[in-house]
Design a binder for this molecule. Structure first.
Ligand code: DHB
Ligand code: FE
Length: 280
């Protein structure tokens, strides 16, 4: 099959993700020097210990330098960090939060997706390939109160594993939207089932994965940011049972609470999932 999406490269995807990060996230400049010093010292000490324990050679040191330079040149830092570090940052950040489980945001969120009513079809191409998926549920507060007007910001890749705005050839807001729930906090989203996703393999992250004989797969997933007035936003992902990569997600972002229970329905699948938000 030939599609424009096949021309998605690590460099193009990485450059888009880097640009997106710079536009949306402001680096915190007020970390006290003592904290910077402690964190930097501990990270460096861990690397020093690895070098000593494994008798790292100059050739290996130069391979590391070359690789680090290439990650930057490919714009792949957002991808690399979100695959290999974000899951632990998320674990620490959400440890004390009640309500629905969260997981990593990943590098492909784009704010400002089209605003849609409580029942809506995500923007998609007229011939969008993939199994039709109806995703519905209710957003409630921790005490069970339905959250009228809650917002469900959803984004996911297409049936070939490509994200709009990060792979060429896709409409800007393909498979992205912000749904406002009804007065009972209910939403019903018509979309297609996303494919398992392989992180770009032709760049520096792919080179590491190949050199280490790992695999590059994430299981199929829906990304969500669920929010409501007076409540803490949850950034999460939902997964499909039976995906072989649920057990060995390269990004370590799967949690048992995030598994969907899809039911066959017509020519597609129907999934129900409710969200519980902690008061802020
Ligand atoms: C990456 C891609 C994803 O779709 C995701 O959810 C997490 C990480 C990545 O390529 O880094
Ligand atoms: Fe993703």
């Amino acid at each position: 099959m030939t599609t424009t999406e096949e021309s998605a490269t690590a460099a193009a995807t990485g450059a888009s993700a880097t640009e997106r990060f710079r536009a949306d996230k402001t680096a915190v400049a007020d970390t006290p020097p003592e904290r910077v010093s402690m964190l930097a010292r501990e990270v460096l000490a861990a690397i020093h210990a690895t070098i000593r324990a494994n008798q790292v050679s100059y050739a290996e040191y130069d391979a590391l330098k070359a690789w680090l330079i290439q990650v930057g040149a490919d714009g792949e830092w957002p991808l690399f960090l979100d695959v290999f570090l974000e899951n632990v940052v998320e674990e620490v950040a959400s440890a004390d939060r009640e309500g629905s489980k969260g997981t990593i945001e990943g590098p492909f969120y784009a704010p400002g997706a089209p605003e849609l009513p409580a029942e809506a079809t995500l923007p998609m191409r007229p011939d969008e390939p993939g199994t039709p998926l109806v995703f519905h549920g209710q957003v409630r507060s921790a005490d069970g109160t339905p959250l009228a007007g809650a917002r469900v910001d959803i984004w996911h890749c297409d049936a070939l594993g490509y994200y709009a705005q990060f792979a060429p050839g896709l409409p800007e807001w393909n498979l992205r939207g912000v749904i406002t729930a009804d007065d009972q906090g209910r939403f019903r989203i018509h979309t297609i089932q996303p494919a398992p996703y392989q992180i770009p393999t032709d760049g520096a992250t792919g080179a590491l994965i190949r050199a280490a004989d790992w695999h590059a797969w994430r299981p199929a997933h829906l990304h969500l940011k669920v929010s409501a007035d007076g409540h803490q936003l949850v950034t999460t992902q939902l997964y499909f049972p039976g995906d072989p990569h649920n057990e060995d997600d390269i990004a370590s972002a799967v949690k048992p609470e995030l598994m969907l229970d899809p039911k066959p329905s017509g020519d597609g699948v129907d999934v129900e999932y409710d969200f519980v938000l902690a008061p802020s």
